[in-house]
Design a binder for this molecule. Structure first.
Ligand SMILES: [Ca+2]
Ligand SMILES: [Ca+2]
Length: 215
């Protein structure tokens, strides 16, 4: 699915939803298995869910009449217990499929001028709705790096993030850096996350692995 297409979908959704009075927070469906984003309850999250999503936002009763038995919280994409405008962007991200969100990093915060002076690497993974946040603490890279790139590969239930320094003109020193990356639009399910980086201490690619659940 092309992102430009998805963006235009977002514009349409916003346009359709904007003039309509906001429906009150819809009923909770505690304990019910809900496939987030599957607004027509056909067990798939795809373009067929766009019109039902817009309808659920603008007229929850009309939506329920059209899809009896379909839990209203299929439209609660950001998992805050309500189906409202705050679910529009996460819904669009869900339609786009798993993709990298923001990647950022600190400047060099310790010019160590040698090796192994950064504290040990720590990878922290947290999940917020359909978004995975990864934080690589105490990465060690060349002092003259231009950027830190992170690439995403998703194969089945394996999410792999590869971190790489971009250093066209390296200097004779290393420094410590923190790196953040997010993966958006992850469908509900169990995943294994592999976060990999080049480790100067061992002179090879190291990977941290953890199982996560996207609700
Ligand atoms: Ca569907
Ligand atoms: Ca919500």
């Amino acid at each position: 699915m092309r992102l430009s297409h998805v963006r235009s979908v977002a514009a349409v959704v916003a346009l359709l939803a904007a003039p309509v009075a906001l429906a009150p927070a819809l009923a909770q469906d505690h304990g019910e298995r809900v496939l987030r984003g599957d607004l027509n309850c056909d067990s798939a999250v795809d373009f067929g869910d766009i019109n039902p999503f817009v309808l659920a936002l603008s007229d929850g009763a009309a939506w329920q009449a059209l899809y009896p038995g379909c839990p209203l919280l299929t439209g609660d994409i950001n998992l805050d217990g309500a189906v409202d405008f705050a679910d529009i962007n996460p819904f669009v991200a869900l339609l786009a499929g798993a993709h990298l969100g923001e990647v950022s990093h600190t400047d060099c915060w310790g010019d160590v001028g040698g090796r192994d002076w950064c504290p040990p690497d720590v990878i922290q993974l947290t999940v917020e709705g359909s978004v995975l946040h990864a934080h690589h603490q105490d990465a060690e890279y060349n002092c003259c790096f231009e950027d830190i790139a992170v690439t995403l590969t998703v194969e089945g239930n394996l999410i792999r993030l590869d971190e790489e320094e971009i250093v066209p003109d390296p200097c004779w020193c290393l420094c410590c850096v923190d790196v953040w990356a997010t993966v958006e639009g992850l469908a509900s399910g169990n995943y294994t996350v592999e976060y990999c980086w080049f480790e100067y201490g061992t002179n090879q690619v190291e990977c941290y692995s953890e199982d996560i659940v996207i609700p």
